[in-house]
Every structure is written in structure tokens, then in C-alpha cells.
Design a protein around this ligand. Structure first.
Ligand code: 13P
Length: 246
């Protein structure tokens, strides 16, 4: 069985103390972690504390987003150099929707993480309207088209996160996810050499929890999951780990 990656996107849910409490609890189940690779994306303010509690474990810690500005008069911004991290996320639909991030800006962020050689998750996914109008694949292809301007040097992950599945409890069928991942894979094949492509990972995100992860883990093209809501509760999360690695 392949070793999958669970990436926990805590969004703006857990504050610093709650984040510490979470990792202290999961530290008790450390023996389960050998079966999976784990990445945690806390609030930026909690990164240092989470790292300290995890204390040199193999769990990777990353930024949910960052500014394209490295340093300077950019009040309220965070750059990839602001704090020590292993990985980052760009292009999450919540950044696209609430902060009007467009493909141009997302490309700039990718170019920055690529130049700094920081492992990156690029999120793509269609809205409910796009799905209902039969435009899901077009949407994904257009979001991926920015990659033709990126000579990837880093471990890059594409996370397929249909917007209509995020936080709704509605999970697409395995066939639907497989079909979308195949589309992503063939787009990547047109952009990159076989060697580069084989290093890329594909994740799914959107209402993944302890009740559906076992079933979704069968999807052949899948290397991991990007999990929001169900990753906020330590006990639930340990259940997810157990179910994902049966
Ligand atoms: P949920 O797991 O809460 O649906 O969120 C998915 C997500 O947006 C992860 O980035």
C-alpha cells in the first residue's frame, strides 16, 4: 500500500494555544505517524510553537499563504522568509474568493516558492456553477495553465479541491475525482518531462473525514489529502490516520 500524505489546513480556526493543545494530544499517538506523511499548516502565529512541541519530528510545517513581497513597508504581510517553514500552500479557493487572488498573482507566488525551493501545494478546483455548466475541466486546465511559466525545481503538489465540496459535507464520487485527477495528470504531461512529472503529487481536498477517507484512499492517482474541518479535532484526526492506513 502506498504511503499517503495528510496535509492539515487549519485555516483561521485554531489560535496559538489551541494549536499547541492539538499537537500535544497527537504526540501521544506518534506510533501511528509512521504509516503516513504529515504536513501541518497552522496559523502563522502558531508555527513556532507547533514546531517546538513536535520537537524535530518528521512532520512538516508550512504557511497557508504568503505575500509576494519579501521585506519592507507592507503592513500586515508575511513572506516566506518571515518564519522557518518546510512547505507552503498557494491558490487556495478561499484566497482566490475572499482576497481576489488571480492566476497572475498565484503564479508570482509559485515562482517565489520555486526559487526558494520550498515544497508547495497549488490548489485548483471548480465552483458549483462551473460544475453545473459542465465547465469543471476547462476551469482546472485554465488554472493549471500558469505552470507553463514555471520551470519547477521543487516538490510541487496539485490539490484538487472542488469549491462546492469544501466545508459542505458533499464529497464527489471516486469516479468524478479520478476523472478530474486524470485531467490534471494529462495537463501536467503536456507541460513537463516524464521525470519532472513523476515527482509531482496529486491531492484531493473537500469534506474529507474519518468516515470517507478509507474509501477515497483507493483512488489510484491520489498521493494524499488536504483536510480542513476534520483536522481541527485531535481525536478525530487520529481516527483519520487510522482509517487512512488500514
Ligand atoms: P474541508 O476539509 O473543511 O472541506 O476543507 C478543505 C480545504 O479547504 C482544505 O484546504
Amino acid at each position: 500500500m502506498k504511503k499517503i500524505t495528510l496535509a492539515l489546513n487549519w485555516k483561521l480556526y485554531l489560535n496559538e494555544l489551541e494549536s499547541i493543545e492539538f499537537v500535544e494530544k497527537i504526540n501521544h499517538s506518534k506510533n501511528q505517524f509512521d504509516l503516513i506523511d504529515l504536513e501541518i499548516y497552522p496559523s502563522a502565529t502558531a508555527i513556532r510553537s507547533v514546531r517546538n512541541v513536535l520537537n524535530h519530528s518528521s512532520i512538516k510545517i508550512g504557511l497557508q499563504d504568503f505575500s509576494i513581497f519579501e521585506k519592507g513597508a507592507f503592513t500586515g504581510s508575511l513572506s516566506l522568509s518571515s518564519i522557518e517553514i518546510d512547505c507552503c500552500i498557494v491558490g487556495h479557493s478561499e484566497r482566490r474568493d475572499f482576497y481576489n487572488e488571480n492566476d497572475n498573482l498565484i503564479l508570482k507566488k509559485l515562482q517565489i516558492s520555486n526559487a526558494k525551493k520550498i515544497s508547495t501545494i497549488l490548489c485548483v478546483g471548480e465552483s458549483l456553477n462551473e460544475k453545473e455548466e459542465g465547465l469543471s475541466k476547462e476551469r482546472i486546465k485554465s488554472q493549471l495553465s500558469i505552470l507553463k511559466n514555471l520551470d519547477i525545481q521543487i516538490p510541487l503538489t496539485i490539490a484538487y479541491e472542488p469549491i462546492w465540496a469544501i466545508g459542505t459535507g458533499e464529497v464527489p464520487s471516486k469516479e468524478y475525482i479520478s476523472d478530474m485527477l486524470s485531467t490534471i495528470k494529462s495537463e501536467l504531461n503536456t507541460l513537463y518531462s516524464h521525470q519532472k512529472n513523476s515527482a509531482l503529487r496529486l491531492f484531493y481536498g473537500g469534506s474529507v473525514d474519518e468516515t470517507n477517507i478509507r474509501n477515497l484512499s483507493d483512488i489510484v492517482l491520489l498521493d494524499g489529502f488536504l483536510i480542513g474541518g476534520a483536522s481541527l479535532n485531535a481525536k478525530k484526526f487520529v481516527d483519520i490516520i487510522k482509517k487512512s492506513s488500514i
